[in-house]
Design a protein around this ligand. Structure first.
Ligand code: SF4
Length: 402
């Protein structure tokens, strides 16, 4: 069967209609208005401060645009989506309602076998592994590709490492969609390149110890089971290493791991010729992290981070905020705010939403309460507006319509 080329659905006639629907589903004049006034909204007894950068990044917006456009271009065809287009439940719910059918992203099961050339398959913003892409091409389906350009930059980097005989050390979550796609590219054009995925500084320590000749081979292989390329041999494949990272990692953690690896290679070789590095955290992630640091310099009583609980960049915003402000709550939407006494917030350590008691100041409407708000790159502005309106309503404040 002849492989199909990706379909470009972003025609100007289509995009005009798509923009109007996306505006209705996800945008917020209220949030735009606060942003235009420097990110500050002062109400009777509360002040809302928004981070300078938050919410939808260009890559997420593009992916959503393309998915909506695909529905218009193929009104009668079956449209499949591999996993989630991005990590936000509200966006994925809207796509489900448009009749997009999910395919599992973890493995290609029988539903992939059943695809026919009449079907349309949307690749999410994280991309998909090389083998999955090749399978879809061979099936002859119409491929609508929303992979973010920043993710593809990482792919080019790790492929370059592999083609030069360098092992990719990928800072990311081994089971995240993006890292799995990146890892597949780290096999290089010949398919024989190698990679290892490190997530924590403890993982990096295990790699560094091995580089320094202090590691135990069996323990090493057990530690990284499922997070390294097939046939990975730490005695062979840690000689020349090149770092890359999932685009949404925390900058300071990536820098720490880079430094650890560089130091280990220098300690072994006496120079850093066998250490290569390329910072692949995307600009949108970096901007949101920087803006949050700036927000946290201001006097705040609490910080709310809005976003999907499985969103990597959002989770890192929560981690940053929690280090500076103990009253930090990670919520998916306004419904999580039960009252001024209790909030259902996601705990990034237990990976569960937990009912959390708010400090008494939250309910003391005789005092001004100042709340900083930010949101991950996959969070629509309308959800942020709902959170603002929910708090304002509970504190008895009127919010003018924009
Ligand atoms: S967070 Fe970064 S990598 Fe992900 S879609 Fe946005 S710009 Fe692309």
């Amino acid at each position: 069967m002849k492989p199909n080329k990706p379909v470009n659905v972003r025609r100007s006639d289509v995009m005009e209609k798509v923009s109007a629907v996306i505006g209705e589903h996800y945008l917020s004049p209220l949030v735009d208005g606060i942003r235009a006034r420097g990110g500050r909204m002062v109400l009777d007894n509360m002040t809302i401060l928004l981070a300078q950068e938050f919410g939808f990044c260009a890559g997420v917006r593009r992916a959503i645009d393309i998915a909506y456009a695909a529905r218009r271009v193929f009104p009668d065809q079956r449209i499949y989506l591999i996993g989630e287009i991005i990590h936000n439940p509200e966006v994925n719910r809207q796509l489900d309602e448009m009749g997009l059918v999910r395919l599992p992203w973890q493995q290609m099961d029988e539903s992939y076998e059943a695809l026919t050339p009449d079907d349309v398959v949307i690749i999410p913003a994280f991309g998909v592994p090389v083998q999955m892409r090749e399978f879809l091409e061979e099936k002859g389906v119409s491929i609508v590709d929303t992979t973010c350009g920043d993710v593809m930059k990482v792919w080019r980097r790790v492929k370059g490492y592999a083609n030069s005989g360098i092992t990719s050390v990928i800072h990311g979550k081994a089971k995240h969609e993006e890292s799995r796609a990146t890892a597949s590219h780290a096999r290089g054009d010949g398919g024989d390149g190698h990679y290892i995925v490190v997530f924590t500084s403890e993982d990096a320590r295990v790699v560094c110890d091995y580089i320094l000749g202090k590691g135990d081979r069996e323990k090493f292989l057990a530690h990284f089971r499922g997070a390294m390329s097939e046939g990975f041999d730490p005695d062979l494949h840690l000689q020349r290493v090149g770092m890359a990272n999932q685009t949404t990692m925390l900058k300071e953690e990536t820098l720490e791991i880079q430094t650890m690896l560089r130091d280990a290679v220098i300690a072994r070789d006496g120079n850093e010729l066998n250490f290569h590095v390329f910072d692949t955290i995307c600009g949108a992630t970096q901007d949101r992290q920087n803006a949050l640091f700036h927000l946290l310099e201001q006097p705040l009583d609490a910080v709310i981070v809005v976003g999907g609980y499985n969103s990597s960049n959002t989770t890192h915003l929560v981690e940053i905020a929690q280090k500076h402000q103990p009253n930090t709550w990670f919520v998916e939407n306004a419904a999580c705010i039960e009252s001024l006494h209790e909030i259902r917030a996601f705990n990034t350590r237990t990976k569960k939403e937990e009912l959390t008691v708010l400090p008494p100041e939250a309910a003391d409407t005789s005092c001004r309460w100042t709340v900083g708000i930010t949101a991950g790159a996959s969070c629509p502005a309308n959800l942020i507006e709902e959170v603002i309106r929910r708090f304002a309503a509970l504190r008895g404040c009127a919010v003018e319509a924009e």
